[in-house]
Design a protein around this ligand. Structure first.
Ligand code: NZQ
Ligand code: ZN
Length: 387
């Protein structure tokens, strides 16, 4: 495997009632808190009240209304609030969208230019206001990584950024906070965790045994617990295992020492940039056509590993049959999560395929992915998703 630096510095407070530690955690950074959240789920489920109750001794400035697929206009609003109110620490309460947005807000607080610069050129990110997160949706891993994905609504461009200082200092992960997630978001988050593991798994590095066995265990965790969480949203074990899996799937561990670009995420970011699609749903739709497109003599052994180790498929003499059985098992799993597996089912037609394919290849460096993908390859994959 390649040389690597692994530095997942976030302190995680995991489990029921860990929110009680919030005052002492925030006090490490100061008294002026920017409380960032989304469209109101935390108000409806009582998390907002619990937090504001605990923060009576702090000056709390509300930064509400961060949308899924967070927009640069929200980032700008947050930067304005952070600067005006001389914020010491940002408290991000939500899923990946809220946490991602605050990462660029935290960087923007120390940047005089247009915050979009920080998205287009991550090297411009220097100092960042400390970020403490309270996770309410297991999926992105944003609670334990430096990544932030922001949409420029004017340009219909969605792009990732981040720097060493955008990783949350502390993340509070209380699995009971996930109980109120709608089934659609539970399924999407689970597909997202699964896709992060696949992206790192399907790489050319031949000897990343540790990373791949860890990834297989985390994939099995999602396969086991996602259907349970869907059937019984208040199953603590299911929520806890999915939440921990989400953090470990994208904190750098399973991708360490494995070079090259990801494959499916870049294409999905185009779907959510143009159509505001839920990220994990787009990933699930794209994954199966992508797998079927790249299965060949060079990749079949990796697909056999995947089929046998993750899906416990008994290998047959025919490697391609075993590989395809693994892909079919993946399809059956996504169907079990009630994810619609065609673009038609989420009202996306072919009118933007060409421009999306071009941008995905360019922004995602898809020529460096596991099996290099050209614009024509991406077009073929998109067409196979149409349904
Ligand atoms: O906005 P509210 O009202 O809070 O509702 C949210 C939102 O509508 C709702 N929700 C969250 N927690 C809830 C809840 N509803 C009820 N009960 C709860 N406990 O769920 C909806 C979706 O939330 P969002 O934060 O958008 O979802 P997710 O965590 O999947 O984040 C998606 C964003 O993260 C990016 C995606 O591209 C997308 O923009 N990603 C970030 C990554 C990273 N930072 O490393 C990597 C990922 O691959 C991904 O690209
Ligand atoms: Zn993702």
């Amino acid at each position: 495997m390649d040389n690597f630096k692994f530095h997942a510095s976030t302190e995680m407070l995991f489990g029921k009632d860990q929110i009680q530690h919030l005052p002492e955690v925030l006090a490490r950074y100061g008294k002026r808190v920017l409380l960032a959240y989304g469209g109101g789920s935390i108000v409806r489920n009582g998390i907002y009240a619990a937090i504001t109750d605990l923060l009576k001794d702090f000056t709390v400035i509300d930064f509400a209304g961060i949308e899924p697929n967070p927009r640069i206009s929200s980032v700008k609003r947050g930067v304005e609030l952070a600067k005006t109110h001389q914020i010491d620490v940002i408290l991000a309460v939500g899923g990946g969208s809220v946490i991602d947005c605050t990462k660029v807000v935290g960087a923007g607080a120390y940047y005089d230019g247009d915050p979009w610069d920080l998205v287009m050129d991550p090297s411009k990110i220097d100092r960042v206001l400390p970020i403490v997160s309270v996770l309410t949706l297991a999926g992105t891993g944003s609670e334990m990584n430096r990544g932030a994905v922001i949409t420029h609504e004017g340009l219909q461009l969605k792009k990732g950024t981040g720097g060493p200082n955008t990783i949350p200092k502390v993340s509070i992960v209380d699995p009971t906070y996930l109980y109120t997630l709608p089934a659609w978001q539970t399924a999407a988050g689970s597909a997202d965790i699964f896709s992060h593991l696949l992206e790192n798994y399907f790489k050319k590095t031949p000897d990343a045994f540790v990373q791949d066995r860890v990834a297989e265990g985390l994939m099995q965790t999602v396969i086991h617990y996602a259907p349970i969480a869907l059937q019984n949203p208040t199953d603590y074990s299911a929520r806890a295992n999915l939440a921990y899996a989400s953090s470990l799937a994208l904190n750098g561990m399973t991708g360490a020492g494995k070079g090259g670009a990801w494959s499916v995420h870049a294409i999905e970011h185009e779907l959510s940039a143009y159509y505001d699609l839920t990220h994990g749903i787009g990933l699930a739709i794209l994954t199966l056509p992508w797998m079927r497109h790249i299965l060949n003599e060079d990749t079949v052994d990796k697909f056999v590993d995947y089929a046998v180790n993750v899906w416990k498929i008994t290998p047959s003499g025919d490697k391609f049959a075993t590989a395809n059985a693994g892909i079919n098992a993946t399809e059956a799993f996504f169907k079990r999560l009630n994810i619609p597996l065609t673009l038609k089912a989420v009202d996306i037609d072919s009118s933007k395929f060409e421009v999306m394919a071009q941008r995905a290849v360019q922004l995602g460096n898809l020529e460096k992915s596991y099996v290099p993908l050209s614009v024509d390859d991406v077009l073929t994959i998109l067409k196979a998703c149409q349904g």
